[in-house]
Design a protein around this ligand. Structure first.
Ligand code: DAT
Ligand code: MG
Length: 138
């Protein structure tokens, strides 16, 4: 079956800028279903587990610090090919070059070196989605 579930995060910059509604609107307008939504104050342990693949990279500590700077909205979304589909809606990692029409391309700001402030996260595979949903919706 190609009906999947994924973890989507509205990161602290998106919540702080009041873009949660606009971002969730785009996800629903695409036809995906929001089956659980939580406001989470992530701690270091949760974020270290969530971003384990990036541990040791130069941007890891700034990324974790940023993600602890304010609340995050965690979403369990379902739909046909939602994992790939949401990453397409989100756009590429760097908001400066993310395509217009995407969340990062339309709404993301260039914060200089702070590429981590790119509004959203979406799981990148079925395995990542299962692991990440287990962390944020434990
Ligand atoms: P994505 O969020 O598009 O899946 P990723 O998994 O490669 O990107 O990286 C996770 C987050 O880490 C990303 O949203 C922003 C930050 N990041 C990635 N590469 C970076 C870099 N070169 N410099 C600073 N932050 C980076
Ligand atoms: Mg990623």
């Amino acid at each position: 079956a190609t009906t999947e579930e994924t973890l989507i995060l509205v990161k602290p910059d998106g919540v702080e800028r009041g873009l949660t509604g606009e971002i969730l609107r785009r996800i629903e307008a695409k036809g995906y279903r929001l089956v659980d939504v939580r406001l989470v104050r992530a701690d270091r342990a949760l974020l270290a587990a969530h971003y384990a693949e990036h541990e040791g990279k130069p941007f890891f500590e700034p990324l974790v610090d940023f993600m602890m700077s304010g609340p995050t909205v965690a979403v369990r979304a379902t739909g046909h090919r939602v994992i790939e589909g949401f990453r397409s809606l989100a756009g590429t990692t760097d908001p400066t070059t993310a395509a217009p029409g995407t969340i990062r391309g339309d709404l993301g700001r260039d914060w200089g070196l702070k590429v981590q402030q790119n509004l959203v996260h979406g799981s990148d595979s079925v395995e990542s989605a299962a692991r990440e949903l287990g962390l944020w919706f434990a």
